[in-house]
Design a protein around this ligand. Structure first.
Ligand code: ZN
Length: 172
């Protein structure tokens, strides 16, 4: 329990750090910090998803455009401060290897990570159809697709709604 609470606190801290405050820092502090963060994210698999989607160091647009519930859910999702198997497995004893943290909500036998949750898991097909289908493009890489969804003003409100609904359905 203690570890779990620390973990949550740490991720909430990251959210403020990366998504909110960085533009307010003095220029020198900012470039040093960005360098440090990039180095940290590159070497820490926990931040793979965030490293993939974080492509600017201004306050993130979604913090102003989404309502409180949606923006809170999206922050947790962006910062991997959630309870998808990819994160839960990290804190299990005994430790569960990354490639064994499979989704228990479908039969695809795939790791339940952010990509699976947002793009593929059939458990959320209805919500995906409702909120994300206009922004899903054929014949592009998953990495580009995730960026199209998460880093565009046109899609971000729908992504926030999807994540909030899907987290509720998932019970997290
Ligand atoms: Zn699944």
């Amino acid at each position: 329990m203690h570890l779990w609470m620390n973990w949550r606190f740490t991720n909430i801290h990251y959210y403020y750090y990366y998504d909110t405050y960085i533009q307010f820092w003095k220029h020198n502090d900012q470039s040093k910090t960005i360098q440090h963060l990039n180095g940290h994210m590159k070497t820490n698999s926990k931040h793979d998803f965030y490293y993939n989607i974080k492509n600017s160091y201004n306050m993130e647009n979604y913090l102003c455009t989404l309502n409180k519930d949606e923006s809170g859910a999206l922050s947790k999702f962006r910062l991997s401060a959630h309870k998808l198997e990819i994160e839960k497995g990290r804190y299990c004893k005994p430790f569960i290897p990354r490639n064994e943290r499979l989704c228990e909500n479908c039969n695809l036998q795939l790791v339940e990570d952010e990509k699976h949750f947002l793009l593929y898991c059939p458990f959320y097909d209805n919500s995906r159809q409702q909120y994300l289908s206009p922004f899903i493009k054929p014949n592009i890489t998953d990495s580009i697709q995730l960026n199209i969804l998460i880093n565009n003003v046109e899609s971000i409100v729908n992504v926030g709604s999807f994540v909030l609904h899907a987290f509720k359905k998932r019970g997290i």
